[in-house]
Write a protein that binds this ligand. Structure first.
Ligand code: NAD
Length: 428
């Protein structure tokens, strides 16, 4: 049993904290946001993540996890301290804003009462661990990099059954302790990658940059498919079956978004620039992805012609299914654009209404799929929730000129067209 402190109870800190508790450790989760702590103490998760509520409640009941805003006490009572705070980009910059990390580090250092292990789980640029180490005087703590690879929407499963656990440390003692902490996952098949600290920091950015590249690659191939009368789904299958390529992250769709890929691709470029190394591929990926929303808006123009007074139903607004995370979702570009052009938009998301759209003209939240679709001229499917896959469009809409723009290719074009509905997908 290890005594752990998680600083930051967001998607990473909360999920890791709850899962570490479930593995039998004693966990104290700290957040500066008192509202989050109040909710968590009552067993209510402030984020939507499938399966999280159940294991949160179970571990509170079994007294393995507690929540506090008192960082001082939490640090004193713990042996291993995980930094799980946000690392967004600085405003209008490729650089990472490390202020949350260093604020937390300084508070931790102030309150160290015995030798600790400080683990950076936040995604941080190469050399951040070295900077933290310089702040820790008299060798009162080991500094480790242990990047997190969980995906929102699959976070619990990804944490418990990760492909790999990466631990970067420049000495042996803390490595052994971390290996021991992760041993229940390693014994279930997770590969354990032990590296030096800088390599672990870069592994995280290189992984995300590679995945973003894969998505952008298939999105550009989808553009070519649209011009050549080919279905990109056939291409994804045809190339994905090559083991060297692999089929995952080869689904064409809107611009990639979320809390990681947009910021991490920029951050790795910023790091490379500092070391005078040119990451030209990743620079192209960033540019292509930024252009993608404009490209889809152009496509929408060619489908709808005139937006004014058109009834648009928007299904799913988060950056992907099974999460409530709106960060960098392409809906944040598409919905305001449609509103500006005079369309009347009703949107539905299984995780509820979003404050981001509160002040937009003619944008309202519909509390069910049915209410969202009724009276619609065009239905835009923006995320691939299972809830949308079995919609009976003909039952819910009597509009004879109904159009569907399926941005996730979840429907078969022929089946939809058989219903007398005009269908548009991505790259088909
Ligand atoms: P988040 O914004 O959801 O959560 C961060 C939390 O930290 C917030 O609740 C905030 O209140 C808290 N916080 C900030 N400063 C604090 C302080 N000094 N003391 C106490 N609490 C503090 O962030 P997230 O999505 O969980 O991401 C955290 C890190 O993990 C980032 O570096 C991110 O890149 C990385 N990461 C995220 C994901 C993901 O899917 N979200 C996956 C892998 C890695």
């Amino acid at each position: 049993m290890h005594k752990l402190c998680m600083i930051g109870t967001g998607y990473v800190g909360l999920v890791s904290g709850v899962c570490f508790a479930d593995l039998g450790n004693k966990v104290i989760c700290v957040d500066q946001d008192k509202n989050k702590i109040d909710k968590l103490r009552k067993g209510i998760s402030p984020i939507y993540e499938p399966g999280l509520d159940e294991i949160l409640k179970k571990n509170i009941r079994d007294d393995r996890i507690e929540f506090t805003s008192n960082l001082k006490e939490a640090v004193k009572k713990s042996d291993i301290i995980f930094l799980c705070v946000g690392t967004p980009n600085k405003k209008n910059s490729l650089d990472v804003n490390l202020s949350f990390v260093f604020k937390a580090v300084k508070e931790v250092i102030k309150n160290i009462n015995s030798k600790k292990i400080i683990v950076t789980k936040s995604t941080v640029p190469v050399g951040t661990g070295d900077q933290i180490e310089k702040l820790v005087k008299k060798k009162k703590a080991y500094i480790i990099s242990n990047p997190e690879f969980l995906r929102e929407g699959e976070a619990i499963r990804d944490f418990i059954y990760p492909d790999r656990v990466v631990v970067g440390s420049n000495e042996v003692k803390s490595k052994k302790i971390l290996r021991n902490l992760y041993s229940p996952l390693i014994s279930k098949g997770a590969k354990y990658v032990s590296t030096n600290r800088r390599a672990a920091e870069l592994i995280k950015y290189a992984s995300n940059a590679f995945l973003a590249t894969k998505i952008t690659f298939i999105n550009e191939i989808a553009n070519l498919c649209e011009k050549t009368g080919i279905d990109v789904e056939d291409i994804s299958i045809g190339i994905g079956l090559d083991n060297r390529i692999g089929s995952r992250f080869l689904r064409a769709g809107p611009a990639y978004g979320g809390s990681c890929f947009p910021k991490d691709t920029k951050a790795i470029v910023s790091t490379a620039d500092k070391f005078k190394s040119n990451l030209s591929v990743i620079k192209s990926v960033i540019k292509s992805n930024q252009n993608r929303s404009d490209l889809l808006l152009k496509r929408l123009h060619s489908i709808i012609k005139k937006f004014n007074n058109k009834n648009v139903s928007f299904l799913g607004v988060t950056f992907k299914a099974n999460t409530d995370d709106m960060r960098d979702s392409s809906s944040l570009k598409i919905i305001p654009y449609l509103s500006k052009k005079g369309a009347k938009i009703k949107y539905y998301d299984p995780t509820g209404s979003k404050k981001e759209f509160n002040n937009l003209k003619n944008v309202e939240y519909a509390n069910s799929i049915q209410n969202c679709i009724s009276g619609s001229d065009i239905i835009i499917i923006h995320t691939e929730w299972n809830d949308f896959k079995s919609i009976n469009f003909r039952k819910l809409s009597k509009n004879k000129k109904l159009i569907i723009y399926d941005m996730r290719n979840i429907f078969s074009p022929t089946k939809i067209e058989k219903l007398g509905i005009k269908y548009f997908g991505i790259g088909r």
